[in-house]
Design a binder for this molecule. Structure first.
Ligand SMILES: *Cc1c(COP(=O)(O)O)cnc(C)c1O
Length: 456
């Protein structure tokens, strides 16, 4: 399998090269040259690690011992059950796909745990080191740190907006004591953090010298890992491979639902991919109108992991919309830079539906799901369920993706249900554990100096 850039200006690459590289040199994102075909009959009976190996093998054909690596990643010890991703049936034809059973209680663990194993293996084979620089509004940072902690040849430098995460999210990151994990608390917003990462990465000489890598959702390995659970959920929710299902996906950077789109391109019978946004509704607007209009800044909401002003993975989907013409895509993205919007309304956007959910919707959905089914869902999952139910069709099973557990967002659960969310024993007293983080000014030079002093 070879990977090409969405902007058409880079030579095709093997998977292990794009794993370490991040963005293509022409500024585009890497996508596979073609979509592999699914073998539904052979895959239906597989356990999660077996299914993951069968699918990932298609995308990562140059990784040695991939099957063993996948087997080490998806274990009961890490994800709490042999199912890894359990499907819970709320009522006939309505399911919740449990993506949040990993160490940091959000779906990002599924991809990042795999990424940790992949980095270790590929860096070991090449005798290289990597310094991961990232920005987080909460979930990505903790999932990345828990996946990379204690690994040789790797250090993590994670910028987070000081005082803007939930207490639980901050404690999940700042309580890690591993020497290769560096939390940098920035006095500023998430956008400031992301800006710093961009500016450091723009210094090509520094980037090469310090071997800077990324774990954000533009990394293809994360998309590939997420394709797996769409197949898994389908097999659990249907009796045969003739049925189709719809998925409801709480969305921000378009990484999760884009993996569902890839699964459909591989032949998974998906009727609708139902995209849910919160008040930051740039993607809902696109699927309703065909106009993609990025915002100046995201507004802060009670589903914070979906607070985005533009959706990085959207470029991959748009590449297919323009028939994979890198030149055309490059032109559109230049226009997006200057005008802040592009109009794709003349191109059919089939197979998607979308909707928007507000704070009041979230609270109402958390309450009604709890009252009807006795299940507490987190605010992001609630956004997905709200929009999913609006777009549900009779006779088509609906699988709602659960993207985080309620324990991470206690304040919203208290507001909805008047009590604390349950938390597993291992998280008791998390917020009281000693914390380790460095305060840093929102200044590119300060970040660079810190990396130089602590690099792997
Ligand atoms: C990251 C995240 C999302 C958004 O996923 P995208 O891949 O960015 O669309 C939704 N819910 C939770 C809990 C998340 O952590």
């Amino acid at each position: 399998m070879r990977y090409v850039s969405t902007r058409g200006g880079a030579a095709p690459q093997r998977f292990s090269d794009i794993l370490l590289e991040g963005l293509a040199p022409d500024g585009g994102l890497y996508v596979p040259e073609s979509y592999p075909m699914a073998d539904l009959a052979a895959w239906r009976g597989l356990g999660y690690p077996g299914l993951a190996a069968a699918i990932l093998q298609q995308f990562m054909d140059d990784v040695r011992d991939l099957k063993a690596l996948v087997g080490r990643t998806y274990t009961k010890a890490v994800f709490g059950s042999d199912d890894i991703v359990p499907l819970k049936t709320l009522e006939p034809g309505l399911h919740l796909l449990g993506l949040s059973q990993g160490p940091t209680l959000a779906f990002k663990d599924i991809a990042l745990q795999l990424l940790g194993e992949l980095f270790e293996q590929v860096l070991g084979a090449r005798a290289q080191t990597l310094n991961i620089l990232g920005a987080t509004s909460g979930d990505t940072g903790s999932a990345a740190e828990h996946a990379m902690r204690g690994r040789e040849r790797l250090a993590v430098f994670m910028l987070s907006p000081h005082g803007r995460m939930s207490a639980f999210q901050a404690a999940q990151m700042y309580s890690l004591q591993d020497a290769n994990i560096h939390n940098l608390a920035v006095k500023g917003t998430f956008d400031d953090c992301q800006d710093l990462v961009k500016r450091v990465n723009a210094d090509a000489a520094f980037k090469a010298r310090q071997r800077i890598g990324a774990v954000n959702s533009i990394n293809w390995a994360r998309i590939a890992a997420q394709v797996v659970y769409y197949f898994w959920g389908y097999f659990r929710a249907t009796r045969g491979n003739q049925e189709s299902v719809s998925f409801a996906v709480p969305s921000g950077n378009f990484g999760n639902i884009y993996a569902g789109y890839v699964a459909r391109r591989m032949g998974l019978p998906v009727r609708r991919l139902i995209l849910a946004t919160n008040e930051n509704d740039v993607l809902d607007e696109f699927f309703r109108t065909g106009k993609y209009r990025v915002r100046q800044a995201a507004v802060a909401t009670s589903s914070p992991s979906m607070d985005i002003s533009k959706a990085s993975n959207f470029e991959r989907y748009a590449f297919d919309l323009v028939e994979r013409e890198g030149g055309a895509l490059g032109g559109l993205w230049r226009q997006l830079e200057t005008d802040g919007e592009i109009d794709l309304s003349l191109i059919p956007r089939s197979g998607f539906a979308s909707g928007r959910s507000t704070h009041a919707d979230r609270i109402a959905t958390i309450r009604s799901v709890h009252a009807r089914y006795g299940v507490t869902v987190d605010p992001h999952t609630a956004d997905g369920i709200k929009v999913g139910l609006e777009q549900r069709e009779a006779g088509v099973p609906l699988i709602c993706l659960e993207t985080a557990l309620p324990a991470k967002f206690a304040a919203t659960i208290r507001e909805a249900l008047g009590r604390e969310p349950e938390r597993a024993q291992v998280f008791e007293g998390l917020e009281q554990r000693p914390q380790r983080c460095a305060s840093i000014a929102a200044d590119e030079q300060a970040v660079k100096r810190y990396i130089e002093a602590h690099a792997a």
